[in-house]
Design a protein around this ligand. Structure first.
Ligand SMILES: NC(=O)c1ccc[n+]([C@@H]2O[C@H](COP(=O)([O-])OP(=O)(O)OC[C@H]3O[C@@H](n4cnc5c(N)ncnc54)[C@H](OP(=O)(O)O)[C@@H]3O)[C@@H](O)[C@H]2O)c1
Length: 257
């Protein structure tokens, strides 16, 4: 199997894309560690994934907690072959009424949290390891009212290239997944009822050429590719998974008569 003898750590591994990746990585033969800041959802995820999965609580903005969490991974496994920093948050931040606390929270979790995660994992990464970060098409699409999230994901893409240059001499690859809208619990922060969610999805679909959102598993398949040695010459790349929305928007339903 593709990830036999590999140890994979996934932040945000208790939900959405991180959870779907944990499931795929397990099926591919990896030892899987999931991390998040929420002990309840971590426990639920572990019971769904199986007892062989290690679940460790750590807030990615807390460098001490991250240090302790990765030290625990080091004690158990001695190394990390795949690091997938999937933890992240989204929120609208319209200019009129966004607090500095909210703006900075989004940047702290999405950008600084990913940086601290790689930093804490570094002592356990070795030549041949793969680091996977997660951006978003929102970085480049100019979505009104999402300035902080767009800044965080654009920043993350730039940071990924810097980290790739920094870690290449150690034989470590750093690549970025760039998903479009993907069906995960993150949308509950933008649509509070099932009806709102359906309305939001309907309006999003108009600008997605394939006519639907991604499933989390479709993004996880790209993560599996980057995690495996099949992507061994891919360095500092971005894999866009958005049904064509950002690169071939004219194929979208909104442009059809
Ligand atoms: N879904 C999409 O449409 C989409 C599109 C493009 C990019 N992305 C990106 O993909 C990544 C995964 O998102 P998702 O859609 O899978 O969302 P999700 O289901 O909400 O998962 C996000 C995960 O991040 C964890 N998390 C949040 N803050 C954290 C913190 N401070 N410390 C540790 N863990 C933290 C959450 O933990 P708890 O919930 O347990 O707190 C959750 O496990 C995010 O970076 C997101 O920006 C998503």
């Amino acid at each position: 199997m593709e990830l036999n003898n590999k140890v994979a750590v996934i932040t945000g591994g208790d939900s959405g894309i991180g959870f779907a990746s944990a499931r795929l990585f397990l099926e591919a033969g990896a030892e899987v560690v999931i991390m998040s800041n929420n002990p309840e959802t971590l426990g639920v995820a572990r019971s769904q994934l199986g007892p062989e999965v290690v679940a460790i609580e750590a807030d990615v903005t807390n460098t001490q907690a991250l240090g302790a969490a990765f030290a625990e991974v080091g004690r158990r496994f001695g190394r990390i072959d795949v690091l997938f920093a999937s933890a992240g948050v989204v929120s609208p931040t319209p200019l009129e009424n966004t607090s500095s606390e909210l703006f900075e929270r989004i940047l702290r979790i999405n950008v600084a949290g990913s940086f601290y995660t790689v930093q804490a994992a570094l002592p356990y990464l070795r030549s041949g390891s793969s680091v996977i970060l997660i951006g978003s098409v929102v970085a480049t699409m100019g979505i009104a009212g999402f300035g902080a999230y767009a800044a965080s994901k654009a920043g993350l893409s730039g940071m990924a290239r810097a980290l790739a240059s920094e870690l290449t001499p150690q034989g470590i690859r750093v690549n970025t997944l760039v998903p479009g809208p993907t069906r995960t619990p993150i949308w509950s922060t933008l649509a509070h009822t099932e009806k709102d969610l359906q309305e939001l999805e309907k309006s999003l679909i108009r600008s997605i050429p394939i006519g639907r959102l991604n499933d989390a598993e479709e993004v996880a398949q790209a993560a599996l590719f980057l995690a495996s040695d099949r992507s061994s010459s891919i360095q500092a790349a971005e894999i866009v998974i958005d049904g064509g929305a950002s690169r071939a928007p004219q194929g979208a339903p909104a442009y059809r008569v």
